[in-house]
Design a protein around this ligand. Structure first.
Ligand code: SAM
Ligand code: SF4
Length: 488
């Protein structure tokens, strides 16, 4: 940061010309009247309409707003059961019985903003602030790699201490820290909106997906909750952050809304309009992932208990299913904010990624502590990676640590194209099997090894192509003999 004050730094972050170029006749794509009218128009969908829409989702076509509105307004429990089943079928079609796992790594929790729901907000005096230095970050990476992790989402507050140069340096450290057979092969980032030039810098150091959650798509609610954040209060700077990512070449982007801030049906319509605007502006490339964090308690953050929009578990399952059906080909992330039983349940309606072994205190992996004064919020699922993987294997899901796609350039429009044709799993399932084998050999408990190996045998047999099957068998033998990082 040099001699620049925090105030001066803040003044130079937002580039109005990088917002204006994306507006349509001076307006953003989030047309609230349209959302409200569409939800109103589709208040009482009949059974046949809902089933027709489900068929469209099962054909892996993205829904139109009227169709999503009809699903959201469905009050028939029997139809919801059919939608849950359809959600899983869609996931299997696009991704196979594969779940990607990763660990969240909180790198810096200084923040200039004051989001009323977040433990890291600037005015929260009960939070212990820290930015990891290189040695501390290396210790964190070593602790994670030693458990078997290959993928991270690195998380940063918005502050000059964690500006783009810090993010780039920490990404490089994460990629270059090796332990025995292990290393981090893909780093996604969840951080504040950046300008195009900064995003280009992150692209150069090999960033994976860039996630920015809009929190709420409802303009007035957004203003109310973020009015005291000097940067975050700019709704449009955030709304177009992922457009800027794709413009800068970071073509895997992650959308999200924080459920519990406003009406859940409105937020899903917002996520859909966001998807459609990205697809329209970037030749069909929409979000690589959609996240749907639900508000969790945080230290010294009483506002959360007063929100009138908190949602129960049943509604949560419905909203996850509605997203699955609305954007059938996108990745969907369920985090350890949720309790184990809920995570296990929503994996069965179509989630494709989850974090495991999460510890969200800055510096907490290497120190083996669970210190809530360093955490952004309180976690619901504290299972170890080994336990989470075993639970998934018992449900018939194979955990994938594969990162081959990104390293072979299968991102952005290439990925979207194969996802829409339901062909992701053709390469991904063999790669999932290979990386799962590595995990079982290097990190798993005996109990997990047993269930895991049975699953590998089953998945290997169900690979559709005889020559791929043979190649995978040969690669598995090489892995058993000590080779690593083999992929198709
Ligand atoms: N500071 C950056 C930002 O706000 O974009 C990125 C990091 S922030 C730590 C990551 C996400 O955590 C936010 O986008 C928000 O959706 C989520 N979050 C904040 N407070 C939360 C809470 N109390 N419960 C659950 N999720 C929360
Ligand atoms: Fe800062 Fe992000 Fe938390 Fe808001 S959500 S206070 S921007 S860390």
């Amino acid at each position: 940061m040099g001699s620049v004050s925090v105030k001066e730094w803040v003044q130079n972050v937002i580039k109005p010309e990088e917002i204006e170029k994306y507006l349509n006749n001076g307006k953003d794509f989030l047309d609230e009247n349209f959302i409200n009218e569409t939800l109103f128009k589709k208040q009482k969908p009949d059974k046949s309409e809902v089933r027709e829409i489900m068929t469209k989702s099962l054909e892996l076509q993205r829904l139109e707003p009227e169709e999503t509105a009809a699903l959201l307004n469905c009050n028939d429990e029997e139809l919801w059961q059919e939608m849950y089943t359809a959600g899983l079928q869609i996931k299997q079609k696009v991704y196979g019985r594969r779940i990607v796992t990763f660990a969240p790594l909180y790198v810096s929790n200084y923040c200039v903003n004051n989001c009323v729901y977040c433990g890291f907000r600037h005015e929260n005096q009960d939070i212990h602030r820290h930015s990891l230095n290189t040695e501390e970050l290396q210790e964190e990476i070593k602790a994670l790699v030693s458990k078997g992790h290959k993928r991270l989402i690195m998380v940063y507050g918005e502050h000059p201490k964690s500006d783009v140069h810090y993010i780039a340096d920490t990404l490089q450290t994460a990629y270059s820290t090796k332990v025995d057979n292990g290393e981090i092969r893909r780093v996604n980032v969840n951080a504040a909106p950046l300008c195009v030039d900064d995003l280009k810098l992150l692209q150069e150091v090999g960033i994976g997906t860039y996630q920015v959650f809009q929190e709420t798509y409802h303009h007035q609610t957004y203003q109310n909750l973020h009015s005291r954040g000097p940067l975050k209060r700019d709704y449009l700077w955030r709304l177009y952050s992922l457009h800027r990512c794709i413009e800068a070449g970071v073509d895997d982007v992650g959308l999200g809304a924080l459920f519990g801030l406003y009406n859940w049906k409105f937020e899903i319509m917002g996520l859909l309009l966001h998807t459609i605007d990205l697809e329209n502006k970037f030749g069909g490339v929409g979000p690589h992932t959609i996240s749907f964090p639900r508000l969790q308690p945080a230290v010294n953050t009483p506002w959360i208990n007063d929100s009138p929009y908190l949602i129960d578990d049943d509604t949560f399952k419905k909203l996850v299913t509605a997203i699955r059906l609305s954007v059938p080909y996108t990745g969907m992330i369920i985090t350890a904010r949720e309790k184990a039983e809920i995570r296990d349940d929503v994996v069965k309606v179509g989630c494709t990624q989850l974090d495991a072994d999460a510890n969200i205190g800055v510096g907490s992996y290497s120190k083996h502590t669970l210190d809530v004064s360093k955490q952004q919020f309180i976690l619901g699922d504290n299972r170890s990676l080994d336990e989470a993987i075993r639970a998934l294997a018992n449900m018939g899901f194979i955990t994938s640590f594969c990162t081959a796609g990104y390293r072979c350039g299968r991102t952005g429009d290439y990925f979207m194209d194969i996802a829409k044709k339901g062909k992701v799993h053709h390469l991904c399932m063999p790669n999932a099997i290979l990386t799962f084998k590595e995990y079982l050999l290097d990190y798993a408990s005996n109990e997990t090894k047993k269930v895991g190996q049975t699953l590998i045998d089953m998945e290997l047999e169900s690979l559709p192509n005889e020559s791929i099957k043979q190649t995978v068998r040969e690669m598995l033998a090489r892995i058993e003999a000590g080779e690593r990082d083999l992929f198709l």
